[in-house]
Design a protein around this ligand. Structure first.
Ligand SMILES: [Zn+2]
Length: 281
């Protein structure tokens, strides 16, 4: 009898080892997160915009948010009169203005300065090394990154595809003491494993977490409206100052792009908790 009871007990136990390795739901709901350090890695100065409602909420709830952008965005325009240098500066200012709308400090914006459109052809080891240094320095509780895909590779446009893999590769490398060990031996950093992940812009069927951004829609809208060179009238012919009607047009288009679920405004993610090695499983 005792043996039978023991067998039942074992059968009813959750698969503990597996549960420790990965989880698809955060223990604490995202809208209750506080005092966490959040790092977002994107390719361009506006890739964070698809998470702006969630980021505004996390900022309002007392989390520390850092935004890392890999390229300067110095190619993304149809205006024949803008130079790369001008566009890079414009996009930096737009990003800082957007982050200010979310109450995120400009000091938490880090741009690694790569050329727009060609990230895939950069020295990937060098990019990963820089990201590993940032991860070991910032030591985020949560990484926001483009979703490299679950089980199958997710197709993204070039820089986004590369940013997805570079972020996951850097998260993995950061935890190994003997990788980029100069950072540890010479610079006093420590290896670090990021425990939680929020992957954005993945396949919708891979999403497992939807953040209700109802209270923060206006922040997302006013943040998104700062990317004048990317959307609306500034795309073909850049101008620093928009008319009231043009600003409204931009805000309307940002608002129209917000997804809904059960009639609530949401941002969708693939949440993952566990070893970086298993990010795609
Ligand atoms: Zn982008």
């Amino acid at each position: 009898m005792k043996t039978m009871l023991f067998i039942w007990f074992v059968l009813l136990l959750p698969p503990a080892a597996h549960a420790q390795e990965s989880a698809e739901k955060p223990e604490v709901p995202v809208d209750k997160w506080a005092k966490k350090t959040i790092l977002l890695i994107g390719a361009h100065a506006d890739d964070d915009a698809m998470s702006h409602g969630t980021l505004a909420m996390l900022q309002a709830h007392g989390n520390q948010i850092y935004i890392v952008t890999l390229t300067t965005g110095n190619v993304g325009t149809q205006d024949p009169h803008l130079s790369r240098t001008q566009l890079a500066e414009i996009r930096r200012q737009e990003e800082l203005a957007a982050l200010a709308e979310l109450d995120i400090s400009g000091e938490h914006y880090i741009n690694l300065g790569y050329d727009d459109g060609l990230l895939e052809f950069e020295d990937r080891k060098a990019v990963v090394e820089k990201l590993v240094r940032l991860i070991r320095t910032i030591r985020p509780d949560v990484l926001f990154a483009f979703d490299p895909g679950k089980r199958y590779q997710r197709w993204h446009k070039s820089d986004h595809r590369t940013a997805a893999y570079l972020a996951a590769d850097a998260a993995r490398a950061a935890m190994w003491r003997l990788l980029f060990e100069g950072q540890i031996i010479q610079d006093g950093l420590k290896e670090y494993m990021i425990p939680e992940y929020m992957f954005y812009d993945g396949a919708h069927e891979d999403e497992n977490l939807w953040v209700d951004i109802g209270e923060f829609v206006e922040k997302r809208v006013s943040g998104g409206a700062k990317y004048v060179s990317q959307f609306g009238p500034g795309w073909n012919k850049y101008k620093a100052h928009l008319s009231e009607a043009e600003v409204k047009q931009m805000k309307d288009s940002v608002r129209a792009a917000i997804r809904t679920k059960d009639r609530r405004p949401i941002e969708g993610f693939r949440y993952y908790k566990g070893l970086p090695d298993s990010i795609g499983k």
